[in-house]
Write a protein of this length. Structure first.
Length: 298
């Protein structure tokens, strides 16, 4: 039996509510040379029954005792048989054509190690999220946050193994951001210039339940990525620049006059023109967030 080109890696823990839609979105892809590896991380809802009853020969289920997301992801990396590994979460859905377009990107660029995509928000929020396109812009974005949406990414398995890159247990809630930061030392990064994922926004996701710890870990990685470029900055100052407090017009004006110039300068110092481009994007997002909130800055 020949090995698949792609392993679609989907960890799940008690994901019965949305699992079927996620599975169907993978099976419906026009690129068919894949295995769908679902790592069931100790589910005690209807997840095992849904997986047992799903009729597609490309589905492979690995059942674990509860180990946590990072452990499940790393076990999936170990078990993946494809030369490329595409991620998807069990509460999201692939958009048609995503796998094929990402495979094309890897075929065109032998140095490419991670390729994501724009994504559509649905559920509790709606909208389109754009991601950095080029390797230069993705690298520049690493000092401000993750340049790639984890459930939209495709990875080159050989690069992970050759570089010893894994999901790091000491970076919980930001293990993907740390992984992309390490992969940037191995090869190039990119994103498709079109949506490849429907990203479900709901109260039960990690970014909602663990918002504080996740932000702290993101700031830690940003500081580490800056240090790798010879720039020392405290996590406290980074938080002021990247996650300003308060809301309303006054807070937005204060940020625009005091903090945004520092963000732009930081982009220039770290990555020159590409850094400035990403700094302006980040600054615009923060201004919009401040204006969307009510109340005075704290």
């Amino acid at each position: 039996m020949s090995l698949p080109v792609v392993t679609v890696l989907m960890p799940v823990h008690n994901g019965a509510e949305h699992l079927l839609a996620a599975l169907d979105s993978v099976v419906a892809q026009d690129f068919a040379d894949f295995e769908l590896l679902v790592v069931d991380d100790g589910s005690d809802d209807d997840t095992p029954e849904i997986l047992a009853g799903y009729d597609d020969p490309r589905l492979r289920v690995l059942r674990l005792e509860r180990t946590g997301l990072i452990g499940a992801l790393n076990r999936g990396l170990d078990e993946a048989r494809g030369e490329l590994i595409a991620r998807l979460d069990a509460d999201d859905a692939m958009l048609p054509g995503r796998l094929g377009r990402q495979v094309e990107q890897f075929r065109r660029d032998p140095r490419l190690v991670a390729c994501g995509a724009d994504y559509l928000l649905f559920g509790a929020a709606e909208g389109v999220v754009r991601t950095p396109r080029s390797d230069a812009d993705c690298r520049a974005h690493l000092v401000f946050g993750s340049p790639i949406a984890h459930p939209a990414v495709m990875l080159r398995a050989g690069a992970l193994r050759a570089g010893g890159v894994r999901y790091r247990a000491d970076y919980p809630h930001a293990e993907d951001f740390k992984l992309f930061s390490e992969l940037a030392e191995v090869g190039t990064l990119a994103n498709l210039a079109e949506p490849g994922l429907r990203y479900r926004v709901h109260a039960g996701q990690i970014s909602q339940l663990e918002a504080g710890p996740q932000r702290a870990m993101h700031l830690r990685i940003c500081a580490e990525n800056l240090a790798a470029r010879g720039i020392t900055m405290s996590v406290e100052k980074l938080e002021r620049l990247l996650w300003p407090c308060g809301g309303g017009l006054l807070a937005a004006l204060r940020y625009a006059l005091r903090s945004l110039p520092e963000v732009v300068l930081l982009g220039w110092r770290s990555n020159r023109a590409a850094g400035v481009r990403q700094a302006l994007i980040v600054g615009r997002e923060r201004l919009r967030a401040l204006l969307s909130r009510s109340g005075a800055a704290s």
